[in-house]
Design a protein around this ligand. Structure first.
Ligand SMILES: C[S@@+](CC[C@H](N)C(=O)[O-])C[C@H]1O[C@@H](n2cnc3c(N)ncnc32)[C@H](O)[C@@H]1O
Length: 231
């Protein structure tokens, strides 16, 4: 079968209209990006200024935010949204999606939905730790995708599939930010699934790798695979 293009994958990367609600310190919100906010973001992301080339457009979007549990009124952290920049970060698992796929981190369900929209994806298992995120998001997807979708509540760093399970794709997206302290988790999950999946990836792994290298004074990442995993 011919591989899907990036544009085709991007088209599938749209969350279902999850109801806007606050549960504990997590909230689903619709929000608007103004023309000027989009311009500021895009200017900063231009490759010539060291940016990634990711962009956003003015419009209305969906986001999952995490409030400070001590003070819901304080500024919050955006855990996930469906802006073009975020959608661009998730095309690879969608391009490779086939068979039984594993998604670590439900978020707004955007990757899960894109995978389930591919006829070559038989089913998707999602592992999500937060009961608040599950309360906000899971039902909308389970209702639409029925028994092609299984959502497990567990810590993805501890959860292991049944022996012998093999996945078409494993996508690990459990991190809020790019932080060198998270590097051991990237390594742990990559090792766990490298012999159990046809394709696997982690959100922002290359960017995290670069930060770890910078902190340790490496100009370049280690060249050999064993060195990479020991890093
Ligand atoms: C950035 S969001 C994932 C976005 C998702 N890729 C999507 O398409 O919407 C990260 C999710 O991982 C969850 N999470 C964080 N740490 C986790 C862990 N250790 N195990 C399972 N889920 C975790 C968060 O609650 C959040 O729902």
């Amino acid at each position: 079968m011919e591989e899907m293009t990036r544009d085709e994958a991007l088209k599938l990367l749209r969350p279902l209209p999850v109801p806007q609600r606050l549960v504990g310190c997590h909230e689903i919100q619709q929000f608007t990006v103004s023309e000027s906010a989009a311009k500021d973001f895009n200017r900063a992301e231009q490759p010539m200024f060291g940016g990634s080339g990711r962009y956003i457009e003015a419009g209305s979007y969906l986001r999952l935010v995490r409030h400070d549990p001590e003070d819901i009124g304080k500024p919050w952290l955006v855990v996930m949204s469906d802006t073009p920049a975020e959608r661009m970060d998730h095309v690879e698992p969608v391009i490779h999606g086939q068979g039984h796929c594993l998604v670590l981190g439900l978020g707004i369900g955007m990757v899960t939905r894109a995978l389930l929209e591919k006829p070559e994806v038989e089913r998707v298992t999602v592992v999500e730790r937060s009961d608040e995120v599950l309360d906000l998001v899971a039902a909308t997807y389970l209702e639409k995708y029925g028994d092609r979708l299984e959502i497990v509540q567990a810590d993805a760093l501890e959860w292991k599939p049944k022996p012998g399970t093999r996945f078409g794709v494993v996508w690990c997206d459990i991190w809020d930010t790019i932080d060198p302290d998270n590097w051991p988790e990237y390594v742990k999950l990559t090792r766990r699934y490298q012999n159990r999946s046809d394709w696997r990836g982690c959100w922002a792994k290359a960017e995290c790798w670069r930060e770890v290298g910078y902190m340790r004074g490496y100009a370049e990442p280690p060249r050999s695979l064993p060195a990479f995993f020991m890093w």
